[in-house]
Design a protein around this ligand. Structure first.
Ligand code: KIV
Ligand code: ZN
Length: 504
């Protein structure tokens, strides 16, 4: 068995399914290019039949990316496969990823079918996809809860039909690591012709076992791992790329398996995905979290200073974390900011750098400890598209025994509008004032506030979901003033409403 593991990245498909994480095509191309630089073998670029946007993204990523295989997802449905093949027409190497549920639950309660009929559909789908591309991957959805004997029958049949890769997803994140490993071992030992295909893992993290299951699968013969950056994905997410790659690197003596990933690009890619998707990385996230290499207790600091490996099993530089010795403060010049941005992997035009620098100075006046997360947010702000409705002015009066009041001025396509309102708290007052101007019947469905760094002078991030005519729109805002961040998030969502030109 080969000692090379193929890395199949599904950040742009399974990862992008997370509510509020949707990217536009330009952003997806940026992520795809970063994944190429990172050295992943396969990029799952989308589910083309699901929307015109997904279709277009697969087309454009196929054009933009040179060497990784571009993969398009389908159900075991001919129309899906036709559309996926069409979306891959510019791919230098294209793969169709087709499949169907194989567990008792899926066969009986989702597909209303029988095991024999499902096996037939699986074979037909692979044969149909083979008409378009040589490289066909088959997924047995919910394989984690599929009985091994039946699963082996399906795997054998799809390999015979021409599948080059067979994906064994633990769709619901149910398996224990030893169970998942045994499942892969069973297939390797019991499927005739198994050596003709690569067996793949695709684990979800519902019980926090995605990475453990993936590693167990690899130890038992899987040679492709399906992963996402920062572990984003449906529900509790997918196996995270950075964890699998760094486990294989750090424990090479035991596992003896390599990947083609340039680990020094991990941190940059993690931050890029987090910034573009407005999805903060949890501080204690393995490998890429803010605290992953931070030593706070005196004993640990002392130990690390004496000998780094006393408390560090990975060198932060190996994942691209280069702690800068240059402290950014309000006195830092453009060159220092540019240097830090380059370390973080951002290359900005002169104009954008100027814009970010101005924002940086304003922030540095309010906040003494400027961290990489803050800078990433400023870059996000400066590269975000111009909104038609902008916040020009916001003043709130609030206090323990005062009725909160807000005055808001909006600029809508160059015209200025003003309103004031009281409310049940300063955010409520400000949003009510905005609503007086925009006259939209919207309701806030979700309102999430996070401080992303430390201290009371942190930047607050606000995610908002609004309901308009039974459709959900997401908005995001970031500011040291949480009321401003909330209004910005509200306006970000409002700007996405289809009839926004008719506002006011
Ligand atoms: O989790 C899953 O089963 C999937 C398949 C579509 C591969 O994402
Ligand atoms: Zn999945």
């Amino acid at each position: 068995m080969s000692d090379r593991l193929f890395i199949f990245d599904t950040t742009l498909r399974d990862g992008e399914q997370v509510p509020g994480c949707q990217l536009n095509t330009v952003e997806k191309i940026e992520v795809a290019k970063a994944l190429q630089e990172l050295g992943v073998d396969i990029i799952e670029a989308g589910f083309p039949i699901s929307s015109p946007g997904d279709f277009e993204s697969v087309v454009e990523i196929s054009k933009a990316v040179t060497w990784p295989t571009i993969c398009a997802l389908t159900r075991a449905v001919q129309k899906d496969i036709d559309v996926a093949a069409e979306s891959l027409k510019y791919a230098k190497k294209g793969r169709i990823h087709t499949g169907i549920g194989t567990s008792y639950f899926h066969i009986h309660h989702k597909l209303n079918s029988t095991p024999d009929a499902i096996l037939e559909r699986a074979v037909e789908a692979v044969k149909y996809a083979k008409k378009y591309v040589e490289d066909v991957e088959f997924y047995a959805e919910d394989a984690g809860r599929t009985e091994n004997e039946y699963l082996a029958k399906v795997v054998e049949a799809v390999i015979k039909a021409g599948a080059t890769v067979v994906n064994i997803p633990d769709t619901t994140g149910y398996c224990l690591p030893h169970e998942f490993g045994e499942k892969i071992k069973y297939l390797v030992e019991n499927v005739n012709g198994v050596h003709k295909a690569v067996i793949s893992t695709h684990c979800h993290n519902d019980l926090g076992m995605a990475t453990a299951n993936t590693i167990s699968g690899i130890m038992n013969g899987a040679r492709q791992a399906e992963v996402t950056i920062n572990g984003i994905g449906e529900r509790a997410g997918n196996t995270s790329l950075e964890e699998v790659v760094m486990i294989l690197k750090s424990r090479y003596q035991v596992l003896g398996i390599e990947t083609g990933v340039n680990t020094k690009n991990i941190y940059h890619t993690s931050r890029l995905v987090s910034t573009l998707m407005n999805m903060p990385v949890q501080p204690n996230k393995a490998v890429v979290g803010r605290n992953a290499f931070a030593h706070s207790s005196g004993i640990h600091q002392d130990g690390v200073l004496k000998f780094r490996e006393n408390y560090e099993i990975m060198d932060p530089a190996d994942v691209g974390i280069n702690e800068s010795s240059i402290l950014l403060t309000a006195r830092s010049g453009r060159a220092a900011l540019k240097h830090r941005l380059e370390i973080m992997g951002f290359e900005l035009t002169k104009e954008k750098l100027e814009e970010v620098y101005e924002q940086f100075l304003k922030l540095a006046d309010k906040k003494k400890d400027i961290r990489d997360d803050d800078i990433a947010l400023l870059v996000g702000d400066a590269t975000r598209q111009e909104h038609r409705i902008k916040l020009d002015f916001l003043q709130v009066v609030t206090g323990k025994s005062l009725t909160p009041m807000a005055i808001v001025k909006l600029n809508i396509a160059g015209e200025s509008f003003e309103a004031s309102s009281s409310g049940n708290g300063p955010v409520d007052a400000a949003i009510k004032a905005v609503k007086q101007i925009i006259h939209r019947q919207v309701t806030i469905e979700e309102f999430l506030v996070q401080a992303i760094t430390r201290g009371s002078d942190d930047i607050g991030k606000v995610h908002m979901q609004i309901d308009y005519n039974d459709s959900i729109f997401h908005g995001f805002g970031a500011h040291t003033d949480i009321v401003t961040a909330s209004v910005e998030a509200f306006l970000d969502a409002i700007n996405k409403l289809p009839v926004v030109h008719e506002a006011v």
